[in-house]
Design a protein around this ligand. Structure first.
Ligand code: HEM
Length: 141
């Protein structure tokens, strides 16, 4: 029972959920001034998101796109979520890189300033990633 290509979307959704959990934990830790735990969570969230990107691109390279089959009110809702998810997903790449770079250079004042944009955008992307997966593969099936 190996991992098949058709399992990848589920793996992708799990990785998105893991990123969301790690980002939330990382935020809780820094609010409690636990820098070590904050750093560990955020670096794990970066790793999880990078793994997601590899799985996501692999799947779409071999499989192509999956069309949404829902009708009625869920259709515009699905596309609104998908479009905002996609635009923000592209935007967070340079945001995350800059946030991480500033932290690793120990420019924590600047890190904090950009991180306040990076964190909510990244959380939105990972949570809507799970929502899009759920709507695409499980809604009404
Ligand atoms: C790219 C992933 C990261 C994100 C999204 C992130 C997010 C954040 C956020 C939102 C804050 C502000 C918390 C508040 O409002 O009080 C913060 C503060 C902080 N982060 Fe990160 N962080 C990341 C990576 C790191 C890493 C790798 C370190 C390494 C040491 C780090 C160290 C710190 C420190 C020391 C603060 C406190 C800064 C201050 O209060 O002046 N962060 N981070």
């Amino acid at each position: 029972m190996g991992l098949e290509l058709s399992d990848l979307p589920t793996v992708d959704a799990a990785l998105n959920a893991a990123s969301a959990a790690l980002l939330t934990l990382g935020f809780i830790f820094i609010r409690r001034k636990n820098i070590r735990a904050h750093k560990a969570c955020m670096l794990s969230a970066v790793a999880t998101s990078m793994l997601f990107l590899v799985c996501y691109l692999t799947y779409h390279y071999f499989h192509g796109t999956t069309h949404f089959t829902g009708h009625g009110a869920v259709r515009p809702l699905y596309f609104a979520i998908l479009i905002s998810h996609t635009i923000l997903a592209a935007a967070i790449v340079p945001l995350v890189a800059t946030t991480l770079y500033r932290a690793l250079r120990r420019r924590f004042d600047l890190h904090r300033r950009i991180a306040r944009w990076t964190l909510p955008a990244w959380l939105y992307v990972s949570v809507t990633g799970v929502v899009v997966y759920w709507m695409l593969y499980h809604l009404g099936r």
